[in-house]
Design a protein around this ligand. Sequence first.
Ligand code: PEP
Length: 253
Amino acid sequence: MRKPFVAGNWKMNTDSRSSVNLAKRIASGSSEVAGHSVSVAVFPPFVYLELVAKALSAFSVAVGAQDVYCESKGAFTGEVSSPMLKDIGCTYVLCGHSERRHVIGETDELINRKVAAAITGGLLPILCVGELLSERDSSQTEQVVARQLKSGLAGLSAEKASAVTIAYEPVWAIGTGRTATPQQAQEVHQLVRNFLAAMYDSQLAQETRILYGGSVKLDNSADLMGQQDIDGLLVGGASLNADDFLAIIRSAA
Ligand code: PEP
């Protein structure tokens, strides 16, 4: 059985005070379900990770980073490594979020190196994949998602790949208020699972959690979670409001 997983990506929002307050409200409001019937994680900006990790140390809400570098140490000015993230209490890391791919310009090859480095450093990567609107409109969704998965997981043994969670986030649905319908999302999630089975084996495919992300709100979360291959939600905007995020967690639990 795949335990549902709800992750909140705070992006470049909050400050030192509001990040701790938000984390504490989420942790206390979800204490009956978090860690038992649903995995919950928050992804604050780098500079608040340690503060949030400390605030959550007595709770079952995990902390993750929004990005990581692909080397463990050295002359890489401005970058942050997996061992550093692990050291301050991170469990997860997002790799290849669409804003990193399309705003910052990260390539499939770099994302693959980040996924591998995260696993080596003891973190659990969430590999984000998803097509642009133009790619969906020209029927390239399957091709794009397959390419991103194949390159994102390249060179990983089945054992290492079992540390990875996949997030399907159609770029046209992120921060736009336009959500994929549960059927559209389910279709791609099933493709992802089939792809994992072909690349590895059916056990790995059945055990891997595949999250949906893209304008998830409390009024669509339950329908999305009702789909067979949707195992959780990666929530951006709505994760900045504790009440909304808690309602989404409850709908998934
Ligand atoms: C995200 O940041 O991964 C995301 C899905 O954002 P939003 O929920 O705001 O669309």
